[in-house]
Design a protein. Structure first.
Length: 155
């Protein structure tokens, strides 16, 4: 099976069987919209100290934006904030690479199912779709953990 085909299956599986969908109690809530295509997400985060206790969301849009939110939930819930930030930075690096980065074993270990978005990096209009929930998580985290201090930590 070709890698691109396998990646498409991962994205479609997360789209059809989303993790974290349905808003639950949280410490902060943000709403983000991709004005280019109309994708939108409302995302809530809940922390126990610096542990990401929950990430829940409601949204609408393409399979890429919705699958990305599902992958975000799967990757971040239960992790320490610093580990979540490392995962986000690695995801950003991959998705913003314009196709120049091929995921290696180390990247796959950090990103797990999120490596499926490697192909998205070749399509600038789709990059915003993949990043929608990740930018919402960053903003909600900053809000939940105290504004400017948390924003510096998530930058």
């Amino acid at each position: 099976m070709k890698l691109d085909s396998m990646y498409r299956e991962v994205i479609l599986d997360h789209y059809k069987n989303p993790h974290g969908r349905g808003l639950r109690d949280g410490d902060a809530e943000v709403h983000h919209v991709n004005p280019t295509c109309g994708d939108e997400i409302t995302l809530r985060v809940k922390y126990d100290g610096t542990t990401i206790q929950d990430v829940s969301y409601e949204g609408q849009g393409c399979s890429i934006s919705q699958a990305s939110a599902s992958v975000l939930n799967e990757l971040l819930v239960g992790k320490e904030l610093s580990e979540g930030q490392k995962i986000q930075e690695t995801f950003l690096e991959l998705v913003q690479s314009k196709g120049r980065i091929e995921p290696d074993d180390a990247m796959e270990e950090v990103l797990e199912d999120a490596v499926a978005f490697a192909g998205v990096s070749k399509y600038p209009a789709r990059v915003k779709c993949a990043l929608l929930s990740w930018m919402a998580w960053k903003d909600a985290t900053a809000q939940a953990l105290g504004g400017a201090d948390a924003e510096r930590k998530t930058a």
